[in-house]
Design a protein around this ligand. Structure first.
Ligand code: NAD
Length: 253
């Protein structure tokens, strides 16, 4: 029996088959879960095509996390697919190019990054809440926000807000029996990563510093950690950040 047998999961963020969320959806199905995907706008068609590469083709609901109408109708639309929801994967990140220049980034750039990449964890959780019950699990993906990195800039600030949002969600949803946790992944070559100018600098850092080594083409370790956190195997863990980074976070120079 798989660790997600009988679970009903909402998985956001499947864009390509390189997406971390694609691997979470694949592992989740292999482990016995029923999966519903989300996508939005022009990328809906791409997600629908990529979804066919999963073991079984899931439904794709439209969800732009900055669209209040999409959020307001999510629970009702989900209710047409599944009778309840056991877990949600937040695998969403976006910042305009200007946000990757710390001193020059405008509030317009920064506010978009914060809205889509940080506040959306709360928006998504609140939108899914009506169909989630005791034992539910919300999992998101971060990039270690303890440090100022080269090139990450306002996206790094958004990730710090995202990590804090996770802790406040854990506080407010704990009494409802819902856990909220993050996986802090090392660099993986996805569409979002390739849109960050100078992303190669992270790749070199991980090559030099990960005691376990690190493969920037392999999203499976991060995806497995997400699947584990979505399962019943972390029943007393919430507000946590699990590092899946080859050990880089624990090293000094
Ligand atoms: P990806 O490009 O495959 O996925 C990003 C997803 O965000 C896409 O599916 C995109 O459609 C979605 N998205 C963007 N704006 C949205 C909006 N307004 N509403 C709904 N969805 C929206 O890249 P990925 O690397 O798989 O990113 C997934 C998550 O993992 C992100 O939170 C990212 O910050 C995080 N992460 C990535 C890395 C890495 O190196 N790739 C490392 C650590 C954490």
């Amino acid at each position: 029996m798989g660790i997600l047998e009988g679970k009903k999961l909402l998985v956001t963020g499947v864009l390509m088959d390189s997406s971390i969320a694609f691997h979470v959806a694949k592992i989740a199905q292999e482990e016995g879960a029923e999966v519903v995907l989300t996508s939005f706008g022009r990328t809906m068609k791409i997600t629908q095509t990529i979804a066919k590469r999963l073991p079984s083709t899931p439904e794709v609901l439209e969800l732009d996390v900055s669209d209040q109408g999409h959020l307001d109708s999510l629970a009702e639309r989900l209710g047409q697919q599944v009778d309840r929801l056991d877990g949600v994967l937040h695998s969403i990140g976006f910042a305009p190019p200007g946000a990757f220049n710390f001193l020059e980034g405008t509030w317009e750039d920064v506010s978009t990054a914060l809205h889509v990449s940080a506040y959306s964890l709360k928006s998504l959780a609140a939108a899914a809440l009506p169909v989630m019950g005791h034992g539910g699990s919300i999992v998101g993906l971060t990039f270690d926000a303890q440090f100022a990195w080269p090139v990450y800039d306002w996206m790094g600030v958004a990730k710090a807000a995202f990590e804090s949002t996770n802790r406040y969600l854990a506080r407010d949803l704990g009494p409802k029996g819902i856990r909220c946790n993050l996986v802090s992944a090392g660099p993986i070559r996805t569409t979002a990563a390739k849109s960050i100018p100078g992303f190669e600098q992270f790749e070199q850092t991980w090559h030099d510093r990960a005691p376990l080594g690190w493969d920037i083409r392999d999203a499976v370790p991060a995806a497995r950690a997400c699947a584990a956190l979505l399962s019943d195997w972390f029943p007393a863990t919430t507000g946590e950040i699990v590092h899946v980074d080859g050990g880089v976070h624990a090293m000094g120079q």
